[in-house]
Design a protein around this ligand. Structure first.
Ligand code: NAD
Length: 237
């Protein structure tokens, strides 16, 4: 039987790796994209080493997906951080963070939508962040990009719901990955992130993968336009 296909970006390590593994276990074929090489290979997973922000990547990923089966899921997970206030942010860095985190998600969605529209269904998940919801210090471009993803989520849910396509975001809090391990060495970040989270943390990439899996499953067939926080209660307490 042909497996439905999921595209996951930033899938070599961290949250994206856990999402890819979970969607494979859920029965999808995977097109997994990352800038860096994948440490292992897996059955039903097609690995693509590419920059998600490069102009040709969206069509390339969708072409590969098309050769595998019906495109059912897109997870725009690839993201880069930045620890600068507005005063410290240079134009190039602003443009890069906005382009990788937000622009690439829009372009890959645009490339994936025709296949989903012709199937009459699909699930798109954007990886947002509590940083886009809280006034967390020195993360100007990152916070703007992640808040932008939540706006894009709601907007796309309106446009594409009539085609059977659901668009949601997941907003992780403090999750134990390469991205946050460096930050946790700083006592100020440690205080803010660990002590700001009511549940014992940090969370695991698999915690985020479980939320993505739900949003891509038939259990969420009437769920669209939401941001599902996986943050141990950080943003709401
Ligand atoms: P990570 O740095 O551990 O992994 C990110 C992956 O994305 C890496 O494999 C990297 O090579 C890849 N990547 C980066 N830029 C890319 C590009 N241009 N093209 C292709 N691949 C690219 O990060 P993570 O912690 O797993 O974060 C994954 C997502 O979750 C990001 O969007 C991040 O902003 C978001 N997030 C993470 C946390 C957390 O606590 N870890 C919290 C909130 C949001």
């Amino acid at each position: 039987m042909t497996r439905p296909v999921a595209i996951v970006t930033g899938a070599a390590i961290g949250i994206g790796q856990a999402v890819a593994a979970r969607l494979l276990a859920d029965g999808f074929s995977l097109v997994a994209c990352d800038l860096q090489d994948f440490a292992d290979s897996a059955e039903h997973r097609h690995d693509v080493v590419a920059d998600v922000a490069a102009a040709e990547t969206p069509e390339r990923l969708c072409r590969i997906a098309d050769g595998l089966g019906p495109l059912a899921v897109l997870v725009n997970n690839a993201g880069i951080g930045g620890a600068q206030s507005v005063s410290e942010t240079e134009d190039d860095r602003w443009a890069q963070i906005l382009d990788v985190n937000l622009g690439a998600a829009m372009r890959l969605s645009r490339a994936a939508l025709p296949a989903m529209i012709s199937e009459g269904e699909g699930s798109i998940v954007h990886m947002a962040s509590v940083y886009g919801q809280l006034g967390f210090r020195t993360t100007a471009a990152y916070a703007a990009s992640k808040a932008g993803l939540e706006g894009l989520t709601r907007q796309m849910a309106g446009d594409y719901g009539p085609h059977g396509i659901r668009v949601n975001a997941v907003a992780p809090g403090l999750i134990n990955t390469d991205l946050t391990r460096g930050l946790l060495k700083d006592p100020i970040y440690r205080q803010l992130m660990i002590h700001g989270t009511p549940l014992p943390g940090p969370g695991l990439p698999e915690d985020v993968a479980g939320a993505v899996s739900f949003l891509c499953s038939s259990d969420a067939r009437f769920v669209s336009g939401i941001t599902l926080n996986v943050d141990g209660g950080w943003a709401t307490t």
